[in-house]
Design a binder for this molecule. Structure first.
Ligand SMILES: Nc1nc2c(ncn2[C@@H]2O[C@H](COP(=O)(O)OP(=O)(O)O)[C@@H](O)[C@H]2O)c(=O)[nH]1
Ligand SMILES: [Mg+2]
Length: 698
């Protein structure tokens, strides 16, 4: 396998709405460039980049993957990315290590929800964008209509550099507006191309489109603008160079026409990538300097090595695969490198170049290249591998907190350890999931970006690690508290032959502020209870409060003060006082007016403004309190506090109410009293469950 230097590398992330044909397009690119000798198909599960079992089964990309092809003596690293909302972080990570984004847009559907999100993401990172108008051979596909949709959403800087030849099923090639040539493709999906003159029927349209392109290129550059005014047009060289710099500066977004399934327009797309996309030597890698200011690291292979880990794959057989971008210098196989983030050396084995799941060894990887290494011990996603002395810092990829959690239970007993090991591995691969045991409900909670995300994670657990689990909505960790102060008495007395048992205490309970949990105070009058029995009383109250009073949930936010009692010189012991403490607690609860508390979430909903009114109404219906509204770009942010119990089904609602445009985030905020009329239900549910458990135990 060849080693490429920065000037002959192009890194592109292929992004776009799910189903726009990204994976198929990548497959066609690899095929047309001769990197593979057969056209892989999504529908047959034979593409290079959707190789995971779960991806093949669902026919959807769930995780970014890396492929490469050589074209015009240049190595194009292509990252295929997921386009579904639960998995977008991976696409965002890919944009961090690419010099350009190929935004794939379906020629029938036009701009879709995730197209917008990823477009904004790429723009925020200043990543130049190229639009591939794809699936153009389908019925109702249209350049005009899609272009209108693109202009409406992203502005008029999107400009075709090609026109399609033939409509819908007759789509057979493209007119290259820069060179004014027609390139047509064999109808057998072989990608064989023939170059010729622009067909007469398209000549006028092509000329008009070219004039428009020239004008836009001229407008993007003052010097070209002057030339354009003088001569009424641009020289070929000026057009090519002007288009390239306008693209790199984000002033123009070229649009090409493709069909991934029929391998039409693919070589021109590869040409556009090689010709327009900056090499890593040209566009520095975004970083921060020692003072925290934004800077860019130029990919020079003479510089000291630096690499950024943008993704990790947890493979139960091959072990951990660490995917990195060499930012500077040269990294060699079998070298020991320094993990700057964790301050530890890492011993590298073979460096790998990835073609989907296929790994090829390379002796070294130079600055600007993307590659991988297997079986690193300490290194994780977002780590930087570099000399200790480097002053460069790389901003970590930001992984969103999980928004939704489910309870999981192993299908076979004793699988819990296996689950926890597997989850640790999966978390390395996907930091947007989390896994923990709820200390109160004792359930294992799996949290992720949405229902699909959690289902996919569960499927991975099964396929890769052989553990099967059931998913259930999580139990709400209710709590109990008291609303009135009272005094209470607990006496435990037992006289059974020989030794008796005697413990007796008086306590006072008082409500405390929300969040104060539990306080125990001893304030014993005289010597009515010997000091050594007080911890036993506390233990009795502790145990009893953890078992709750109304519905079995822990009793919190109160103080218990033991202030009096009595003892027996022979029969008193710790156990007796523990029981007296728990009896006193029960007695207190009968007058302390206990009530149930529920967790309330801080919720933020992001939605196009049109839906804000309805969504707020819905949140009110979920017993939510709207805390405010804000606009962020074209989106409205609704902030609200909503009981957790009402949010378990929110994702489905939000998706259907906004046509998938809305997203949300929530985190635990605080506990609040459950309205009285809802408490009875919680109590009877708890009793029913307890009944079941007792039956089970018999
Ligand atoms: N007609 C047609 N179908 C396509 C084309 N490209 C992809 N598809 C189909 O569209 C579906 C989604 O394609 P895929 O590449 O998985 O989309 P992705 O989610 O963007 O990666 C699959 O059924 C493909 O076979 C194309 O150029 N023409
Ligand atoms: Mg895909």
């Amino acid at each position: 396998m060849k080693v490429y230097d920065a000037a002959s590398i192009r890194n592109v992330a292929v992004v776009g709405h799910g189903g726009s044909g990204k994976t198929q397009l990548v497959s066609a690119m690899l095929f047309a460039a001769g990197a593979v000798n057969r056209l892989g198909k999504v529908d047959e599960g034979s593409t290079v980049t959707d190789f995971d079992d779960e991806e093949i089964a669902r026919k959807h990309t769930l995780s970014s993957s890396l492929a490469h092809a050589e074209w015009q003596k240049t190595k194009i690293n292509i990252i295929d990315t997921p386009g579904f909302s639960n998995f977008l972080t991976d696409a965002q990570a890919a944009l961090r290590v690419a010099e350009a984004a190929v935004v794939v847009v379906d020629a029938v559907a036009g701009v879709e929800v995730q197209t917008e999100k990823l477009w904004e993401e790429a723009a925020a990172l200043n990543v130049p964008r190229l639009v591939a108008l794809n699936r153009l051979e389908r019925e109702r596909a249209s350049l005009e209509r899609t272009l209108e949709s693109l202009h409406r959403h992203f502005g008029r800087t999107i400009v075709p550099v090609q026109l399609p030849i033939g409509d819908e099923h007759d789509f057979s090639g493209v007119v290259d507006l820069v060179r004014m040539k027609a390139v047509t493709f064999a109808s057998d999906a072989s990608g064989r191309q023939t170059e010729g003159d622009v067909p007469a029927a398209l000549a006028d349209r092509a000329k008009a489109a070219r004039d428009q392109l020239i004008e836009m290129v001229a407008e993007a550059d003052e010097r070209l603008m002057e030339k354009f005014f003088e001569e009424g047009t641009l020289a070929q060289d000026d057009l090519v160079a002007g288009l390239r710099s306008a693209f790199i500066e984000g002033k123009l977004i070229p649009l090409v026409c493709t069909s991934g399934l029929h391998v039409i327009g693919i070589q021109p797309l590869l040409d556009a990538i090689v010709n327009y996309v900056p090499s890593p030597a040209e566009r520095g890698f975004p970083a921060l300097d020692a003072a925290g200011k934004e800077t860019a690291v130029t990919a020079s292979d003479a510089a000291p090595y630096a690499a950024f880990v943008w993704k990790t794959i947890a493979d139960p057989f091959a072990g951990r695969i660490t995917m990195m971008r060499v930012v500077a210098g040269t990294i060699k196989s079998d070298a020991t490198v320094n993990n700057l983030t964790r301050e530890t050396p890492e011993r590298f084995g073979h460096l790998l170049v990835l073609q989907g799941k296929t790994q090829t060894h390379v002796p070294e990887l130079k600055a600007g290249d993307l590659g991988a290494v297997a079986k690193l011990k300490e290194t994780r996603t977002n780590d930087v591998l570099a000399e200790k002395t480097t002053s460069v810092r790389i901003v970590p990829i930001k992984f969103p907190e999980p928004v939704l959690s489910y309870a999981i239970e192993p299908r076979s007993r004793g699988d819990e350890d296996k689950i926890s090991t597997a989850m640790q591995r999966l978390h390395e691969e996907d930091p947007t999931i989390s896994y923990a045991r709820d200390p109160q409900t004792k359930e294992l909670l799996l949290a992720g970006q949405g229902q699909l995300h959690i289902e996919v994670t569960v499927a991975k657990l099964k396929r890769r690690f052989g553990v099967e689990v059931n998913l259930k909505p999580p139990r709400i960790p209710y709590r109990e508290t008291i609303t009135a102060s009272t005094e209470a008495h607990g006496r435990h007395k037992k006289q059974t032959g020989g030794h008796g048992q005697f413990g007796d205490c008086k306590i006072k309970v008082e409500p405390l502020a929300r969040g104060a949990d539990f306080e125990f105070v001893q304030d014993i009058f005289g010597g009515s209870i010997p000091r050594q029995f007080v911890p036993a009383i506390e233990k009795g109250i502790q145990d009893a409060r953890m078992r709750g009073y109304l519905a079995g949930y822990p009793m919190v936010d109160f103080r218990a003060t033991v202030f009096d009692g009595s003892y027996h010189p022979v029969d008193s012991n710790e156990l007796s006082f523990k029981l007296a403490g728990s009896l006193a607690f029960k007695d207190a609860m009968s007058r302390a007016r206990p009530t149930i508390l529920e967790p309330v979430m801080q919720v933020e909903v992001y939605t196009p403004g049109d839906f804000a009114g309805d969504l707020m109404g819905d949140l009110n219906g979920r017993r939510g309190r709207i805390a405010g509204m804000d606009t962020r770009g074209t989106m409205t942010v609704i902030k609200a506090q909503v009981p957790m119990a009402e949010m378990l089904t929110y994702e489905q609602h939000l998706t259907s109410a906004t046509g998938g445009r809305g997203t949300y985030h929530m985190e635990y905020s605080h506990y609040e009293e459950v309205p009285q009329h809802l408490q009875a239900k919680i109590i009877s549910a708890a009793k029913a469950e307890k009944g079941v458990e007792e039956v089970e135990e018999v």
